[in-house]
Structure formats: structure tokens, C-alpha cells
Design a protein around this ligand. Sequence first.
Ligand code: BJ8
Length: 426
Amino acid sequence: MATDYRQMWTDLGLDLEAHDALLQALGQGYQDIFLAQKGRPAGMGYFDFVMSEVHGLRVKELLDAKAEGRPVVGSFCVFVPEELVLAVGGVAVGLCAGAEFAFDKVEQHIPRNTCALIKAFLGFGLARVCPYLTAADLLVGENTCDGKKKAWEIADGLIAPIHVMDLPQVKSAEGRGLLTAEYRRFMAKMEELSGKQITLESLEDAIGVVNRKRAALARLARLRSANPAPISGLDALLVNQVSFYDDPVRFTASVNALCDEVEARVAAGKGVFPADTPRILVSGCPMAVPNWKVPWVIETSGGVIVGEESCVGERGLRDQVATDVADLDGLLGAIVDRYFAIDCAIFTPNPDRLGHVRELRDRTGADGVLHYGLQFCTPYQMEAGPVEKAVKGDGTPFLRLETDYSMEDVEQLRTRVGAFVELLGG
Ligand code: BJ8
């Protein structure tokens, strides 16, 4: 019989009735979207298990860590360096914000025309349905887009105190200086929270853990270049989503085991879709759990996703932190170097992203690029234009989608995606 976590959820201050409704919808969505797929690698079983225990076992593990004096730190952005949390023995969790929940409550505090990702995080908090939010000792909000910047002010009073991390918007020496200063301040915050000093050894170990995690994800990403595609885009997205809250060492081992299996499939020419199924690179806003709508539409309309130019994807896993430095300052500098290279659309100008989209398209053998923008996300919608120009300039078909978390536009999306897949030869 499945473990009963109701007492744990009550202790965490959740609204059990609303939480039940969320889990019910999540479970049904998972069944219809993931478990209905054919020919999945057996290694996906681990990730199915993690998802089935997403509000159970993993939350219990976080509470056990807290009981050992290890702080739990929740964040919303790939600019928050997990290495500095692990270096004090802490646990880092990405706070998913991928479902429309309690938006009516949210809209009493922020404008209706705010992106769904921000609204979802506030909705989960206001409706008291996210055990990660309430289990965390610290929430870190980063100053990226305007919506997030202002949301931290609102959330600070309503949901939990937030450590705000300022971020540069320009890739200049001054910008790098700001990131370094903010990472130092975050390091001090971690030391204060845990009562532990970050040492050369603890930071080296933490960097090793995160580098190995990124290497495993990069390995999986590279295997997706094979034709036929050995794993669906939905499953690969799920692995990336799980990377934000699973135990990093266990996760890395599970991804590598999955890669062994996928590698064997590639060698045997085995795929989840027939060879030459139209291959699509998705580029744009991050997709947090359980935001699976667009990938599901693509892969049930005759296409296969072969890569994500996104923070839940390539932008989050690209580049390692260099470790060939001799002291703590050098290691921090290496962390800054790695994160400062992130090509988020909040930067201006942001030419690296265009190069990365093209590079990824070529590496994955994508036949077309689909730009995914959340409604009211100004940075990514503004950048959709330059991405379109760059991609089309090379003769690659391009489709721009703008949507939110509701299911109301599924049929409309299906019509547009279906036509795009046809154009790609499907
Ligand atoms: S590094 S992409 S995770 S900021 S979708 S909230 S941008 S209005 S999520 Fe992001 Fe960090 Fe950048 Fe990545 Fe604003 Fe757009 Fe909403 Fe967004």
C-alpha cells in the first residue's frame, strides 16, 4: 500500500483538499501524456517513480535533511548556483511553476497580464499546495525579468521571506562584477543559514557533483541526435525537469543508466518514432513540471522533439565549472564564469543565444525550430524575432507559438503544429 503522507502535508501547512485536487490532476495528466507513450526506455521507470513520489518521498527526504541541520533552498532560476548550496551540505530544489492553479487569487495581487510561470508560483503559494515552498528554509528570487523582480516584493509579504539575488542584464565587466558580488553575498547567506564555512574542499566536492549531473544530462542530449530518435522529447524533458529537485547523485546515476540503454538503442537503430519523423528543436521559455502541453501536442501530431534550447534543457546543462584552480576565490570565479555565460533573454544584447540555437539545430539534425513563448513574457517574445530571422535566414522552417498553461487552446495549437509538421515532411 502506498505510504500515507497526509500528516506530513498537514504539518507543512498544506490545504489538503486543494492539494488532493492538484495531485489528482497531475496523476491523470501524467497517465495520459507520459504513460500512454509507446516504446519508452525501461530506464524511464526511475523517473516515473520520482514523479509518483514528487510530493511524498522526496519531500520526506527534504524534511530528513532539515532534521540533520542541512538547509533546504528553493529557487526559480538557473542563475542560482546549486554548487554554493551543496557546499554547506544543503539541498537545492527548483520550485516548479508549471500549472494553472488559484489564478483568481493571484490576480488579486498582480496584474492578469503576467506570465503563467510567475502566476503559477504565486498560485501554488497562495493556495498552499506546494510542499517544496513550505519545506524550504530559504527561497531565492533572482532579478531577471520585470515580472519576477516585482513578484518577489509581493511574495515576500504573502508567501515567505525571499532572498533577492540581483543579476546583471549586460555582459560587461561591470555585469560580471555584479554577479560576483551577488554570489559572494549568497555564499555568506548559505554559511549563515547552515552555520558552516564553505571550504576549498567542500566547494570542490559540490562542483564535482553538479558537473557530473550536467555531464549526464549532456550525454542524454547528445544521444538525441540519432535518427530514429531513441527517446521521446517528452521523456527527455521530464528528465530535465526532475533534475531540479531530485537528489543530484542518485539522479546522475539514473540518467547515466538511462543513457546506457539509449546508447544501445542507437547502436541497434531502434527508435521511439520511425526514422525520418520530422525533427523539431524547441526554443524559448522554460517548461516547469507539469507544463507538458506543447511537447505533448508536437509528439502526438507527427513530430519528435530532438532538443530544447531552454533553461529546462540545453541552457541549464551547457558548460561545466572549471576546477583547475588552486583556491576558494578561484573556484568562485570559475562558478561566475560558468553562469555568466547563460544566454537568457533578459540580457541585452544577447547574440550568443542566436549562435546556440543554430548550433543546437545542426547538432540535433532538427528539420525545424519552434519558438515557445509564454504569453506576457516580454524578453522571449521580443527575442523570437531575431531567432526567427537567424533560423529562416539559413533556410530552416520556423514556427512561433505563444501560449499559457490553460488547455483551452490545445486544438488551435494542434492545427498550427500539424501544419508545421507537414511542412517539415510529415
Ligand atoms: S535564466 S529564462 S530561468 S529568468 S517566462 S518569468 S522570463 S516573463 S523564466 Fe528564466 Fe532564469 Fe532566464 Fe532561465 Fe519572466 Fe518570461 Fe515569465 Fe520567465
